[in-house]
Design a protein around this ligand. Structure first.
Ligand SMILES: C[S@@+](CC[C@H](N)C(=O)[O-])C[C@H]1O[C@@H](n2cnc3c(N)ncnc32)[C@H](O)[C@@H]1O
Length: 390
C-alpha cells in the first residue's frame, strides 16, 4: 500500500498523519482486510531517572521550570512567556521570545530555546508529532545488547490508519499519549492499583498504566479491535510491573448495562474478573472518547453505574482534545463535542443521590513530557473524584 486513501468518511489521527507512508512498516491485513502498521513510540523516562524514581508525587512545584516543556499551540508561546497579558503573543519588534512578523507580515513565532536538560534536543523535535517508525533494517542492525536496552524504552503498537469513524479505536490518538504522559509522571499514584480503562483502543494508555499498576482492565468494543489491542499488550509484556497481574483485555460496551459473562464470547468477563474489578478498582481512565454526544452520554452513564458498583472510592482521569470546527449551522467556529463533555461534567458534579459525591477538577498540564507528540494547548486532563455522599 503506497498511499493512504482518504474518503469523506475516513479519519486519520494526527499521531500518524505526519509520518511519511514509506516509513510505516505494514505487517499484515487484519480480519477486515485493513492494512495494519507497526509503530514504535519512544519512552524518555530514563532521561531524568532521579526525578522519576519516587519524587513525582504530584506536586507540580517539584518540577524544575526548565524541564517543563512548553505547551505548544497555534501561537507556540509557552505560558508566562511572550504573552502580552491578554493571552496574545508579543508584537513584532518587542523583545523576548514572543512573535515576530516575517517579510510578508505573517506571524513568525520564535520558539522557546531548548533547555540543556531537554532530552534529545536535536532529533526528533519534541514539538512535532513524531512516532518513531520501526523499519525492518533498524531492527536488523541493532545488536543484541542495544536491542535489549532499547526494549525498555520502546512501546510497539500495531494500528491501522485512516479508518472509518466506527474504527477510530484502531489508531493512536494524541489524548492517549497525553494521558499516558500523566501516568508516567504520577507513577506512585498507580503503584499496585487496579485500574480500568474505558475505550482503550490500541491499548497504549493501558500498557503505560501497567508499568506501575497491579492489574489493568483494558476495555473497548468489537472483537477485531480487542484482538489488535490484545496483540499490543503481548508485544509490550516486558514493560508490565514485576509481580503485577498485567493487562486484561475485556469487552465493556458503554451502551450496555452489564458486562458480558458468556464464555463463548471473545473478551468476556469471568466471575473472578468481575469480583476483582468491583472489589479493587480505584482508578478509571479514558482517553479521547468525547467526540460524539450520544457516546459521551453513554460513557458518563457507565462511569456513574461503575462508581456505584465499585467497593472503594475512585478517581477517573479523562483526557480530551478540544476540537474546534467551523459549523454551517452556527456560521462560526465551535467545539460542540467538548462543550457537551463539559456540560456532562457539570451535571455529574450536581448529582446528589445520597450515596456518592462527584467532585470535578482540571489537571494542570505542566507535567513533563516523556513521549514524543505535539502537546497542543487544546489537550486537557480532568479528574473526577468519587466519594461516599454525606
Ligand atoms: C478516538 S478512539 C480513542 C482510543 C484510545 N483511547 C486512544 O486515545 O488512542 C475512541 C474509542 O472509544 C471506543 N468506543 C466507542 N464507542 C464505544 C462503546 N459504546 N463502548 C466502549 N467503547 C466505545 C472506540 O472503539 C474507540 O476505541
Amino acid at each position: 500500500m503506497d498511499e493512504v486513501t482518504f474518503k469523506s468518511d475516513t479519519v486519520l489521527s494526527d499521531v500518524h498523519l505526519y509520518t511519511p507512508n514509506q516509513r510505516h512498516l505494514m505487517v499484515r491485513l487484519n480480519s477486515m482486510g485493513q492494512p495494519v502498521f507497526l509503530s514504535q513510540f519512544k519512552l524518555l523516562w530514563n532521561q531524568d531517572s532521579q526525578t522519576d524514581s519516587g519524587t513525582m508525587g504530584g506536586d507540580h512545584r517539584d518540577v524544575p521550570r526548565e524541564e517543563t516543556p512548553a505547551r505548544t499551540g497555534s501561537t507556540g508561546s509557552p505560558p508566562g512567556r511572550g504573552h502580552s497579558g491578554a493571552g496574545f503573543p508579543l508584537q513584532a519588534g518587542q523583545e523576548g521570545t514572543g512573535a515576530q512578523l516575517d517579510e510578508d507580515g505573517d506571524l513568525d513565532v520564535v520558539r522557546r530555546p531548548r533547555a540543556a536538560s531537554d532530552p534529545d534536543p536535536v532529533w526528533p523535535p519534541r514539538d512535532k508529532v513524531h512516532p518513531m517508525i520501526l523499519a525492518q533494517e533498524e531492527e536488523d542492525v541493532l545488536g543484541d545488547e542495544a536491542r535489549e536496552s532499547s526494549t525498555h524504552n520502546i512501546i510497539k503498537i500495531e494500528h491501522t490508519m485512516a479508518t472509518p469513524l466506527e474504527d477510530v479505536g484502531k489508531q493512536v490518538w494524541r489524548g492517549a499519549l497525553f494521558l499516558a504522559d500523566y501516568l508516567l509522571f504520577q507513577r506512585d499514584l498507580f503503584q499496585g492499583r487496579t485500574v480500568l480503562e474505558l475505550g482503550a483502543g490500541t491499548g497504549f494508555t493501558s500498557i503505560i498504566a501497567a508499568t506501575a499498576a497491579q492489574t489493568v482492565y483494558c476495555t473497548d468494543v468489537g472483537a477485531d479491535l480487542l484482538a489488535m489491542c490484545q496483540r499490543n499488550i503481548a508485544l509490550n509484556s516486558h514493560l508490565t510491573a514485576p509481580g503485577g497481574g498485567g493487562v486484561k483485555v475485556r469487552e465493556l460496551d458503554w451502551l450496555k448495562d452489564d458486562l458480558c459473562t458468556d464464555p463463548e464470547v471473545p473478551f468476556s468477563w469471568s466471575e473472578e474478573d468481575i469480583s476483582d474489578l468491583y472489589g479493587h478498582t480505584t482508578i478509571l481512565l479514558a482517553a479521547e472518547v468525547f467526540y460524539d454526544d450520544d457516546l459521551t452520554d453513554a460513557l458518563f452513564k457507565t462511569l456513574f453505574r461503575l462508581a456505584h458498583r465499585l467497593k472503594n472510592a475512585c478517581t477517573a482521569i479523562l483526557s480530551v482534545e478540544k476540537r474546534l470546527n467551523f459549523t454551517l449551522s452556527h456560521l462560526d467556529v465551535t467545539c460542540e463535542a467538548y462543550d457537551h463533555f463539559r456540560a456532562c461534567l457539570r451535571q455529574l458534579e450536581q448529582l446528589q443521590d445520597g450515596q456518592l459525591r462527584f467532585a470535578v477538577e482540571p489537571v494542570e498540564a505542566a507535567f513533563p513530557q516523556r513521549l514524543e507528540y505535539e502537546r497542543i494547548r487544546q489537550l486537557e486532563l480532568w479528574k473526577i473524584f468519587v466519594e461516599p455522599g454525606t
